[in-house]
Design a protein around this ligand. Structure first.
Ligand SMILES: [Zn+2]
Length: 163
């Protein structure tokens, strides 16, 4: 493949063929190495490409921390707390975890781990715990979690620019 046919995946930085997993965003074409990178881009495009005149956190090499607090319908056993705590800490991009009874708090770098990846990891661990935990954890993440942005936040649109 000729070099000029390659473009940079804005999410992971890989060089990819111009039409791979292509998507058009604000009349501009973007290509990705995978559906996963494309999905992440479409969820938070300005984390990766910024706005005219304002670089995105990814372009500046920053991390974007999010904190999610999950409310469970029933309290975890002590063993369950330990298993979930360990699993979450092992995920790439997760920086802190607090598991206590019916609440789980996760702080993670949005540029490294997505909500979908957290969902899959929680569902797998829940399946391992049994007793309906796969569904309970998944529901807690999707339906009842609160999200807070901390420190470096998503680029805010400059006043002169309306997407
Ligand atoms: Zn990629």
């Amino acid at each position: 493949m000729k070099q000029q046919d390659k473009v940079k995946d804005p999410v992971c930085g890989m060089w990819v063929a111009k039409h791979d997993h292509e998507v058009s965003y604000q009349q501009m074409p973007f290509a990705f190495c995978s559906d996963q990178c494309r999905t992440r881009f479409l969820a938070y495009p300005h984390l990766y490409i910024g706005y005219p005149g304002a670089a995105a956190p990814k372009q500046e090499g920053k991390v974007v921390f999010k904190r999610r607090r999950l409310h469970l319908q029933q309290a975890l056993s002590v063993e369950g707390e330990v298993i979930i705590d360990r699993m979450l800490r092992d995920l790439m991009g997760v920086t802190s975890v607090t598991v206590a009874g019916d609440s789980i708090e996760i702080t993670y770098d949005l540029l490294q781990v997505s909500l979908e990846e957290l969902e899959v990891a929680l569902a797998e661990t829940g399946a391992h715990l049994g007793g309906g935990w796969a569904e309970r954890l998944r529901r807690a993440l999707i339906n009842t979690s609160e999200e807070t942005e901390i420190e470096a936040s998503e680029v805010t649109s400059p006043h002169h620019y309306r997407p």
